[in-house]
Design a protein around this ligand. Structure first.
Ligand code: SF4
Length: 211
């Protein structure tokens, strides 16, 4: 399929077509930063970053209110990652989009997210405004993730996360707080009882949160 056919596909499924759709595809290609002549090209003729722009245009053509981005930059070179992140950031503002970003890359999360939810073994263990979480993580798992970010300088060594044990099987999760076998702050209570949610705007599940 050509780029044009790929971007138009969701609308064709809805029964739309014709010149109006064709010009909308070209307009959208421009909005996501694709040179217009590339609408006639095939994916094999595009770079990784251009293909990602096609995927974003295809997701936007139906004018969604919510865009779900699952690791949107993980397959891209570092130099292209920042271009795609800036594009998503601008689209979010221009189109007033709600964006759900799923990522292991905390730098990406920090750049894009207004609100962050940290998940461990399928459960949200901490959630709150991005700035709060990055400046004052209350849950030990969030704290370990933040410690694990590689500093951007030559010769930097891999940071220590300070976690015990291996990642447990989600099919047979640990009792109580599921993070307790790995948590440096765990006490006997943690293995017995799942902590309730605490906080209001900044919510966390921990018996012994960080201050
Ligand atoms: S409840 Fe206990 S084991 Fe779980 S994160 Fe808090 S301190 Fe660690």
């Amino acid at each position: 399929m050509t780029v044009e056919a790929i971007i138009a596909a969701p609308m064709r499924v809805r029964g739309e077509g014709g010149r109006a759709l064709q010009s909308r595809v070209r307009e959208l290609a421009g909005e996501v930063g694709l040179p217009r002549h590339l609408v006639e090209a095939y994916p094999s003729q595009l770079s990784g970053g251009q293909r990602q722009r096609v995927a974003i245009a295809r997701a936007l053509i139906g004018e969604p209110e919510i865009l779900i981005c699952d690791e949107p930059t993980s397959a891209l070179d570092v130099s292209v990652q920042s271009q795609i992140l800036n594009l998503l950031h601008n689209l979010k503002r221009q189109l007033n989009l709600t964006m759900i970003l799923i990522s292991h890359n905390l730098a990406v999360v920090h750049h894009l997210a207004d609100e962050v939810a940290v998940m461990y073994l399928g459960q949200i263990v901490e959630r709150g405004p991005s700035r709060e979480i990055f400046e004052r993580a209350r849950h030990p798992y969030s704290e370990a993730l933040l410690k694990a970010v590689l500093p951007p300088r030559a010769g930097a060594r891999l940071p220590e996360m300070g976690l015990e044990a291996e990642f447990p099987s989600p099919l047979n999760p640990p009792s109580g707080c599921t993070f307790h076998p790995r948590c440096p702050k765990a006490e006997a209570l943690c293995a017995r009882q799942m902590p309730d949610k605490s906080g209001t705007a900044h919510i966390y599940r921990c018996h012994f949160p960080n201050n």
